[in-house]
Unconditional design. Sequence first.
Length: 456
Amino acid sequence: MSEARLRFLHRSYSRTGRWGWRIARRIRSFGWGLAMLATITAVLGTDVEKSAIYMIFCFTVCAIATGLIWAIGRKAKLTGKRHLPEFGSVGQEMQYTVEVKNEGRRTLKAMLFEEWPPDPRPDFETFANTPEPGEEKRNIVDRKMLFYRWTWLQERERGYNLLEASQSPRTIEAGKTGKLTFHLTPQHRGILKLAELRVLLPDPFGLFQRCRKVDTEEDHIIVLPKRYPLGHFSIPGRAHLHLGGEAASNSVGQTGDFLHLRDYRSGDAMRSVDWKSWARTGIPVVREYEDNFFPHYGVVLDTSGPPGERFEEAISVASSFVASMDTQECLLDLIFIGEKSYRVTAGQGVARRGKLLEVLAGVQPHLTADFTALEALVCRESEHLTGILIIFPDWSDERREFLNQLRSRGLDTTAFVIVNDASQKAFQDHPVPDVHPLHVNQVGRDLTLAASKFSS
């Protein structure tokens, strides 16, 4: 399809969507009904001798004109402050409150409050280069008009639907503050922006409403990926030696059990010096700790491939393992390739587990696969890794070769692959050791069954 045609469609859908939203939020359902009645009576009432229809027409027109003028004349000056939770999760309802203050000179009555979602219209580059999954199966008209692609992209970008305050004050006096309560269910992971708090001021007939923006700061919530419940499990592998936790901890001091004091040797860390004993004896001495053995796991995420349900499920699987592991008893690395190579570590005083979930909330897919760089990154960190979990959003010969290369180096690897009907049949016909297929429509069930095979 030519660029000119794509630009025409994008411009048309964008303008139609913008004006459609504005009109829809300012005309209430009763107003639409009365407008339809006015149209019908205008057609049927051309004969003025039909006085009843003519009177209905005059009544509806007067009501519409009165309601419209009344709504336009309503004013409100409000400021607001949101009180948000730190995190949300995909598909899980959360609650937050907003304090609104009436900065006007009059008492505000008969109002409604809504939180409008950010503009979901995709830009031209996204519209032109991101086909809808299964678009090739649609009829020729749909493929030419690309309307379903437009609606799918809007749904993908929309983090939540329009919110109405579940609790709000009936009146707010001048200079006073009211409290609103909203319930929000995030639809997608990532940064959820809240910047469009509106007060709706309807006319007495309930036909129209004026939408005034409440002066608030732009707030956001970090929406964590969807997670599946997993029991306690242990990944195959052998714990590695970490001297007193020194190799893996940013905390001050040692984490192993204290053994004894000994004389200071050149090269000993200053944090190990026992200053009190040195002051008492005049001889520098250090504390010595026993060696610690604890597991250090790696979760490797394959980010190559197109965006879509399978990639999001791969993110959810990785998040499920991260959320289920006890990082108080182990170290956990999240390894993936984005714009650059990433390795994020949590546990044993390094960082909290929530940090890894925050990172996963922002991971984006990449159309080009760089398994050579990913292999180099994993191998560089493999010396300290007890076991490795690999999550693939799809299966291919490149991924099979990547997995074989890691295993040829003696690494303990367990892999999970998001599959559809076709690829699941291929796995059944030619199973791969320690590679667990997870069907895209039943990931939760398949993941629970696979995890139970190596539960402890």
